[in-house]
Ligand binder design. Structure first.
Ligand code: DCP
Ligand code: MG
Length: 382
């Protein structure tokens, strides 16, 4: 499988940085954004502003974000403003102005899209990019993206580049603000394993607490823990996901639009299975996956021409194969036959951990150029 190059770009102290464009005299100060829309700065005759200070705040508002100077005093997103006032009484309080943040959000995304159009919008201040098809060296490209953001907005961002979204997201946070962090699979043990599990998007406060109860704090702890213990406490699918996380595995695509490019179903087995010894079990699971993908296609109204499989071996190595049919289909039997053909093209000596079936080259059913699925006899499988 060709390695992917996925970037996660996240704006630095986003709301606060937008406010500093308006009030540059506040640069270098502890500034907190939040507490509703009151507390507007009052213009002074000399052109400066008079600002509200946190110490005078009374109310139930929360901090949306704070400058790095305020964070140094312990003030972070989601904290009550009155609590923040106890930590940083002299910090400036500015009201939120979502219209301005949305405007700058659009500006930075448009600037990035000029260079890297394969973009997944993840919210007001973050995006994923698939840079796999770019020739440019990674660091040069990342710096060019940052400069484009700066030119368009006057704002800084941090970028992580890694083989997948999971790792890219972790990396964009490792060198904030204004950072570039590039990670290869060889760096996982040295740079990812030492991190606390809470750095993983998807391991929330509850899971963190539960993991801590089991003595698991770092990602390395996850990598070394007994799989059965995780399953007993977290259920099968989350436990398997945690194991993938520890190995730095994540195959989610960068989704550039709401139109699906592919539909897939996959399953990680209760225990590793062998193609020969567990033939019947495997065959049943395989067929069920094809039936589910076909149902997904029908429900969503798509047909697909390329049928692929994904296998992961017990050593976590992953292989894929695909075949393109003469015509698009959403038929479970046709998908099963094509997928079976793919399966015959992969080595099957090792035990298998995961099996997946994917249909790509999708078109809406009934769209121009879409021909009805072929009947059994017409299927030509190379
Ligand atoms: N935000 C919010 N409430 C939260 C967290 C964030 O309203 N609990 C808003 C304010 C942030 C913006 O979303 O500016 C982006 O969130 P981030 O988590 O990316 O935080 P920042 O961009 O502010 O800081 P960082 O430099 O750590 O990315
Ligand atoms: Mg941010």
């Amino acid at each position: 499988m060709p390695a992917r190059r996925i970037a996660h770009l996240d704006m630095d102290a986003f709301y606060a940085s937008v406010e500093l464009l308006r009030y540059p005299e506040l640069r270098g100060r502890a500034v907190v954004i939040g507490g509703g829309s009151a507390h507007q700065p009052v213009p002074q005759p000399d052109g400066t502003h008079s600002y509200s200070l946190l110490r005078n705040y009374v109310g139930r508002g929360v901090v949306t974000t704070s400058t790095y100077e305020a964070r140094a005093l312990g003030v972070f997103s989601a904290m009550g403003v009155m609590k923040a006032a106890r930590l940083a009484p002299d910090a400036v309080l500015l009201p939120t102005d979502f219209k301005a943040y949305r405007h700058y959000s659009q500006l930075f995304k448009a600037a990035v899209a000029e260079i890297a159009p394969e973009m997944e919008d993840r919210g007001i201040d973050e995006i994923y990019l698939d840079l796999s098809s770019h020739d440019e060296e990674t660091e040069t490209l990342a710096r060019r993206l940052k400069q484009a953001v700066r030119d368009a907005t006057g704002l800084s961002c941090s970028i992580g580049v890694a083989p997948n979204k999971l790792l890219a997201k972790i990396c964009s946070d490792l060198d904030k603000p204004d950072g570039v962090t590039i990670l290869t699979p060889a760096d996982i043990e040295t740079r990812i394993w030492p991190l606390h599990v809470k750095k993983v998007n998807g391991i929330g406060p509850k899971a963190v607490e539960k993991l801590a109860g089991l003595g698991l704090h770092t990602i390395a702890d996850l990598a070394h823990v007994d799989a059965g213990l995780l399953q007993a406490h977290f259920g099968r699918s989350y436990a398997l996901w945690l194991q993938d996380v520890a190995q730095g595995l994540d195959e989610r695509p960068v989704v550039t639009s709401s139109e699906p490019k592919s539909l897939s179903r996959e399953t990680t087995f209760e225990r590793d299975l062998h193609a020969r010894h567990d033939r019947d079990t495997l065959s049943g699971i395989f067929t069920a996956l094809c039936v589910k993908v076909a149902e997904d296609l029908k429900r969503k109204g798509y047909v697909g021409r390329t049928i692929g499989i994904k296998l992961r071996y017990d050593d976590f190595r992953t292989v894929t194969r695909d075949v393109t049919l003469p015509a698009s289909t959403d038929d479970a039997a046709a998908i099963r036959r094509a997928a079976g053909e793919c399966l015959r093209r992969v080595p099957l000596e090792k035990r298998l951990r995961l099996l997946g079936v994917r249909v790509t080259a999708l078109t809406p059913r009934g769209a121009a150029g879409d021909t009805p699925g072929p009947s059994q006899g017409e299927l030509s499988l190379a």
